[in-house]
Structures are given as structure tokens and as C-alpha cells.
Design a protein around this ligand. Structure first.
Ligand code: SAH
Length: 206
């Protein structure tokens, strides 16, 4: 599979039916997801790895990781409705790929998750509705894995760096994206609003 084919496959997944603003439910754009996943695969962070997708929503990040060789993915989300769409997406992808995917779906708060994993790949809430939820996700991820891919708002860059460094991690890659928020929430007046987001790859200091 090429990066382009991965992007096309991910663009066909179902997204939130009625996204909750309180839970900051916005799906990752399929081009951005395939870019991130492809780069992660090239760095050896996907194939054969046990991965957690925290705040997995409809599952695009974890499912993409499974499609390109992850050994197993744990999907963790507090919203049952989002999780059932993620399960549907998994079945659809299995048909497309003609193989079974090793996924485990866990409904509950991110802080309750406690499995042994290699890598976290997440697009968590940015903390615009519920203060500090981005930090909660990041701290949880750092307690679970040595390698983490995580999206945060660009304007929080200095703050995120401080949290990373004060917890014994370092940033190895930082990539800027413009996130399209496509009419997913009623309060977005413009058809496509964009927000500046950074993708961090962080690694535990050895
Ligand atoms: N990762 C998905 C969804 C991003 S939206 C994607 O990239 O498309 C953020 C997700 O975090 C939502 O699905 C929301 O339900 C979930 N979420 C918000 N607060 C949470 C919490 N405390 N614990 C677990 N999941 C949470």
C-alpha cells in the first residue's frame, strides 16, 4: 500500500454522526492522518508495535496504523457512540483489506487505561472546552509508552515543551499542520475553518 492509497482508504471511514462539542469531537483529516502514519512507519514506530489510540473517536489513527502493520491497537474513548462507529469502521476496513485486524475497544476515561504498550498515537481534545484535558492525555501517554505522537494547538507549543521536558521526554520531531474543521460543529460559521496544530513526536530520555 502507498501513502496515497492509505489516505484514500482512510477518507472513506465514517466520522462522528452528531459530534459532542463538550468532548471536542473532531476527526483527524485523512490526508493528515496518512501523512503522520506514513512517517511513523518509516521511522519504525508502527510495524510489529502495540499501539494505543487515546481519545480514538471514530478510529482513524489506530485503524490506519493497523492497516500498515501495527501488531495490535487499543482504542480508548469515553463516548460509546464514537466507539461503535470505530467498530463499524474496523469491519469495513477488514473487508477492504481482506484480513483481520487486531483491535481492542475500551469505553472509558483515558485515565483508566493501563495496558503495556509500545507507542501512543493520539489526537486528543485540545482543552478548549475542558481546561487541561490536553495535559491529562499527554501525561497519561508519557506514563504508558516511550514513543508518543500527539497533536496539540500550535499556540501551546512552549507549554507543551515544558510538560514534555519536565517528565523526562524530549521532542524529536515537530510538524505544523493546518487542521480543517469541516462543518463538524454547528458553531463554526465559516464552511471550512482552519486551526494551526502541531504534531509532536516525543521520546523518553534513555
Ligand atoms: N482521535 C480521533 C478523535 C479526535 S476528537 C481522531 O483523530 O479522529 C477527541 C476524542 O477524545 C473524542 O472522540 C472524545 O470523545 C474523546 N475524549 C474526550 N475526553 C475524553 C476522556 N476524558 N477520556 C477518553 N476520551 C475522551
Amino acid at each position: 500500500m502507498s501513502k496515497k492509497e492509505l489516505g484514500i482508504m482512510l477518507s472513506r471511514l465514517k466520522v462522528f454522526e452528531s459530534p459532542s462539542m463538550k468532548l471536542e469531537q473532531y476527526p483527524t483529516d485523512s490526508d493528515i492522518a496518512s501523512d503522520l502514519l506514513w512517517n511513523a512507519k518509516m521511522r519504525g514506530d508502527i510495524e510489529g508495535k502495540i499501539i494505543a489510540d487515546l481519545g480514538s473517536g471514530t478510529g482513524i489513527l489506530g485503524l490506519g496504523a493497523l492497516a500498515i502493520g501495527a501488531k495490535k491497537v487499543f482504542f480508548v474513548d469515553i463516548d460509546e457512540k464514537a466507539m461503535s462507529i470505530a467498530k463499524e469502521n474496523k469491519s469495513m476496513l477488514e473487508k477492504d483489506l481482506g484480513k483481520k485486524l487486531n483491535a481492542e475497544f475500551l469505553v472509558g476515561d483515558v485515565n483508566l487505561f493501563d495496558k503495556k504498550i509500545d507507542v501512543v498515537i493520539m489526537n486528543p481534545p485540545f482543552g478548549t472546552k475542558s481546561e487541561n484535558v490536553d495535559t491529562v492525555f499527554l501525561l497519561k501517554a508519557m506514563s504508558l509508552a516511550n514513543v508518543i505522537y500527539s497533536f496539540h494547538k500550535s499556540i501551546t507549543k512552549e507549554y507543551i515543551e515544558r510538560v514534555v521536558q519536565s517528565n523526562g521526554f524530549r521532542t524529536t520531531h515537530y510538524i505544523k499542520y493546518d487542521f480543517p474543521l469541516k462543518q463538524t460543529m454547528a458553531s463554526h460559521v465559516k464552511r471550512i475553518e482552519r486551526i494551526r496544530v502541531g504534531l509532536w513526536r516525543i521520546e523518553k530520555n534513555s
